[in-house]
Ligand binder design. Structure first.
Ligand code: FES
Length: 78
């Protein structure tokens, strides 16, 4: 099977941010571009970051926890 390589990726970090790599644009709800200085960014999922939409590490201090569907964990038999 011939499969194209993706231009980017999104990694859902357990108990943390979304790590996004590749070429993309982040915009506000009104369409204004959000400044971005790196090709790889971490977007806050916990809602506590002081630099939203980016992660500032606060998720660790507040004990943010996420859950994954049982079949998404490596080694799952379900
Ligand atoms: S996910 Fe890191 S500060 Fe919210």
């Amino acid at each position: 099977m011939n499969q194209e390589t993706a231009d980017g990726s999104i990694v859902v970090c357990p108990d943390g941010p979304l790590i996004i790599r590749g070429e993309f644009e982040i915009v506000t709800p009104s369409g204004e571009p959000v400044p971005r200085q790196r090709k790889t960014v971490a977007l806050c999922r916990c809602g506590a970051s002081a630099i939203k939409p980016y992660c500032d590490g606060t998720h660790k201090m507040i004990g943010f926890r996420t859950e994954f569907p049982p079949d998404s964990r490596q080694g799952s038999t379900s």
